[in-house]
Design a protein around this ligand. Sequence first.
Ligand code: NAD
Length: 423
Amino acid sequence: MAAQLDVVAPREDPWAVALRQFNRAADHLPLKRGIREFLAYPKRELTVNFPVKMDDGSVRVFTGYRVHHSTVLGPTKGGIRYHPGVTLNGIRALAMWMTWKCSVVGLPYGGAKGGVVVDPHALSRDELEHLTRRYATEISILMSPEGDIPAPDLGTDAQIMAWIMDTYSMHVGHSTPSVVTGKPLSIGGSFGRAEAPGRGVWLVAREACRHVGIPLEGARVAIQGFGAVGATVAALLHDHGCVIVALSDTQGGIYNPSGLDPRAVRAHKDQHGTVVGFRGADRLSTAELLALPCDILVPSALEAQITGENAGAVRAKIVVEAANGPLTPDADDILADAGIFVVPDIVANSGGVIVSYFEWVQGLQQFFWSEEEVHHNLERIMRRSFGQVLQTSVEKGVTLRTAALIRAIDRVADALLTRGIYP
Ligand code: NAD
């Protein structure tokens, strides 16, 4: 099961952040007013309140959401989040970011996101399964292999995807693996999917270092959020010669200027539930981690972690957004003025949805790829996307985020105009 979670309220409303980012990029495009409005707003939103029988015989009502931001490029794709801080606005923002992410890397998907307001660690395994199966049933009016394909996100994992796949399959009367991605290998998952978001972050960190002129070998790295994504990023960067100086989770952070071994930290976290207390490291706070002098800072936890309030303290040379939405537009401006190179989430963490796409294709065809094929195709798409976004950023004199959004919005707008406005 995924790592320990606490309630950490985003410091800025993610939907407001997503719209500000959208407007900045849309200003560079010749979009007619109605088209711009249509691209900004979610296509459909579902809120569900549903009962779950708890182990003690009581019944608790949970609230969940599934938002489809756009269906212009194809079926919707996006993760399911289990977290006490889930809100409709947060899910809207995450769905919109999924649209731009799929668009900028060239996938035939629109964006979606789902979530349940729950701390998954406060439930027993049976309760988690009941909640998942009921939530899957509630959103099944939107979910299908051709229409909307969920995946894991914060607080969910391959086992939860397996329960969703099984629930859907029971309802339709036949096994339907391609209704979700991020499944275990035993039921049609893809090699390389679990590590794909982290692998993609490593690939773009390498490209960013090349561009900025910092050798990856010996680069000093701080990572906020040692979960599914953050732990993979830490291991891959460590394996490629980086010095991981700091790591953190909700309980706090650890620091060792000589470098931490991510696998040893993982073993400690598996045993104690937190990175805190790892031997041979000093303790530090999240605020201190974000302000460490280092080459690469990787926010890998939640939205709005670096804002107008604390961006001035960031002393990294490169920021690679493994999390979705960790920087607000105010933070973007401050980091750009300071000459800090930011690789935006919709490029940096797109490895997850790229390999999800591979998993979906493999499931539909019932023809499975080797791990090498998955890694090779992931690298090909990520390097191409990073290069295209960098080129747009240089040509237009804008940040990588605005460049990525310009490309992403333009592709969706073009497809929309080509399809036409129905009826
Ligand atoms: P996870 O639940 O496995 O891990 C999240 C980690 O962040 C945990 O270690 C938690 O303790 C830590 N954390 C939470 N709040 C923190 C804080 N304020 N300070 C420090 N640490 C904190 O989740 P994940 O799947 O690794 O997702 C992390 C981010 O990556 C999210 O933004 C998610 O949307 C994004 N993402 C996930 C995937 C995926 O496939 N899982 C793909 C792309 C992007």
